[in-house]
Write a protein that binds this ligand. Structure first.
Ligand code: ZN
Length: 400
């Protein structure tokens, strides 16, 4: 049986051990992860530090492999320890069992997102150390909490801390996504998420009248404007096969609340839209349009929007030596890569926000995309191939 072979592979065993820790939302307990990482640091002969940038329940763990030229900006290899909830009844294997089947598929929550990447970093460093390699730049391997619920207790406060500044990071690697084809996506930017709430007031009264300025009419106007915009983006995506979802703006009506009974016109309707602006959209202009549509709809609409701007993408040309080092590594390995904008949010946005270049990359090609899904798995041979890929990438980056 193929699974018998994997049982004797130390790296696969470490990975499965980490997968068996149920650091799952809501309220994950990270202590077992910290203990496990301490044993990893011990095995690797690397110093480890635990920071608490938010509170004691949310540790940030950093292992460090010192470079020969310590004053140079360092390389950060980041992953998150938390995983999203599971519906065990929909799994064919226990979600925290890390079972291996006869095809070598390792089933567990976090096998793709993203305990694989964290353990692959460590496996790659173990292999490099065993070969006797040393690099110019210091390498920090960080394991953060809270990514799956926004990072406000993890990477977000960590990048603003004095401890983070002392790490003197010049470049960061973080998660990407699996690829069902042979191609490896590489993410250099993220869209900007805008939560939009319209609190629409209007004339209230009996449902048999034709009153002016009802909340329903205003909602209809706003929705039609936003859906018109949405249709334009659907068309763009359809007309240009080069474009991916991260390249366009997405708009979805996610909730509508209001009303008391069917024959009463309500004084207030609240509508929520999930909007993710592509990088070619002018944020301020878009916000001004929303405000204008509120007026055109008849006014008396309170409109709330998350006030964030686009975070500048990581530069992917010859002016960024880390990008060149990364690209050269993938080319030397013969990997087909594709630069993309990440459609969702990862901790890379916090890193980029403080001016540090960051790439999102998870070396899992020919793998179905199962993050947050039932029966999440990675094949053992894909995992081990990823360890080899990281050895080359880390070696190149740390010698920039
Ligand atoms: Zn993730």
């Amino acid at each position: 049986m193929a699974s018998k072979n994997w049982d004797s592979n130390t790296e696969i065993e470490y990975f499965r051990e980490y997968l068996r820790i149920p650091s799952v939302h809501p309220n994950p307990d990270y202590e077992p992860c910290v203990e496990f990482l301490k044993s990893q640091a011990n095995d690797l002969g690397l110093p480890i530090k635990v920071y608490y940038p938010f509170d004691k329940q949310n540790p940030v763990v950093v292992l460090t492999w010192e470079g020969t030229e310590k004053e140079l900006p360092s390389i950060l290899l980041n992953s998150h320890m938390d995983v999203v909830p599971v519906f065990p009844e929909n799994w064919t294997h226990p979600p925290f069992g890390a079972d291996i089947d006869e095809e070598g598929r390792i089933f567990a929550r976090g096998s793709q997102d993203m305990k694989c990447v964290g353990m692959q970093y460590l496996a790659a460093i173990r292999a490099l150390k065993e070969k006797g390699d040393r690099f110019k730049r210091t390498i920090h391997i960080s394991f953060v909490p809270d990514e799956e619920v926004g990072g406000t207790k993890g990477m977000s406060p960590f990048v603003d801390s004095e401890d983070f500044k002392l790490l003197n990071i010049g470049f960061s690697l973080d998660e990407g996504i699996a690829s069902p084809t042979s191609e490896f996506p590489v993410f250099y930017a993220e869209r900007t998420r805008k939560g939009v709430v319209f609190k629409i007031s209007g004339s209230a009264g009996h449902g048999l009248l034709l009153m002016p300025n009802t909340a329903g009419e205003k909602l209809s106007y706003l929705t039609s404007k936003l859906m018109e915009f949405r249709a334009g983006q659907v068309k763009r995506l359809k007309d240009n096969p080069e474009l991916l979802i991260g390249d366009v703006t997405t708009i979805n009506l996610t909730s509508v609340v209001g009303g008391v009974q069917s024959n009463v016109v309500p004084p207030l309707i609240t509508a929520n839209f999930d909007i993710r602006l592509s990088l070619d959209i002018n944020v301020r202009e878009f916000e001004a349009n929303l405000a204008k549509w509120c007026e055109e709809a008849g006014g008396d609409i309170e409109f709330e929007i998350s006030r964030r701007d686009h975070i500048p993408p990581t530069v992917t040309d010859d002016s960024n030596p880390f990008w060149v080092a990364f690209k050269n590594a993938t080319e030397e390995l013969g990997l087909a890569t594709k630069l993309q904008v990440f459609p969702g949010g990862t901790d890379s946005r916090y890193i980029r926000k403080v001016g540090i270049p960051a790439l999102g990359f998870s070396p899992m090609n020919n793998t179905p995309v199962l993050l947050h899904d039932h029966d999440e798995f990675i094949k053992a041979d894909t995992y081990l191939k990823g360890v080899e890929i990281y050895q080359k990438i880390i070696a190149n980056l740390a010698d920039v």
